[in-house]
Design a protein around this ligand. Sequence first.
Ligand code: BTN
Length: 243
Amino acid sequence: MNLIKLDATDSTNSFLRQLAQHQEVKDYTVVMTERQDKGRGQMGTTWVSEPGKNLTFSVFKRIKYLHKSEQFYLSMAVSLAIYDALKYFTIPQLKIKWPNDILSVNSKICGILIESVIQNGEMTACIIGVGLNLNQTDFKGVTNASSLKSITGVHYNKEEVLQKIIEETKKYEDWVAGRELFKIKEKYEKYLFRRDKPSTFKLQNGQLIMGFIKGVAQNGCLQILMEDEILKEFDLKELKLLY
Ligand code: BTN
């Protein structure tokens, strides 16, 4: 791992993207920062993290083995790498909330934002941005958010946790390289939050629906068994799981 440590930046994803525009960036170049002033989340949201307390970092990863249509395997692999790293630190009741939030005891402790790097119309690499709440204990005004320390009472060393996540990411890169994609999907679905449990979802138009999460499609859509026994697929913009 080639680690770049910053005191402050707007967003580690943006920093790494700019770096890659100006110079050759090696695989597993990691940018981590103590303070992020314009942290970005999924679907145009912002990611807020108390300075100095948490892990906010981005990893540069070349795409070698995945076809365009298989990009969701990358997202699943990254979620699993973080899941396994947190398991190693004995974090309890871990789940992956589709598409890639990591929960512990039903609260979100980690968010992932993967962005593509396009060169000559081809996706050649990606920037994997991770916000993992480690030692922050005050989450006033943020619903369903927590941190490792709030859950276990233990203080975590940022670089130790980062090292473990990178180690686990490399393990899943080997799975991808070995075309063991079915194993990734199988494991991801096993850890999926509220799988096979009756759940309520809010659609884009505000309508509430009931259904059972069954798994994910190859394109990353969530598969829900509806009340009328029909399996439907939804993408991220279309619905929100209420919990
Ligand atoms: C989400 O759950 O909405 C995704 C949050 C991702 C946040 C991380 S923090 C490091 C990296 N830099 C960013 O601007 N965002 C990601």
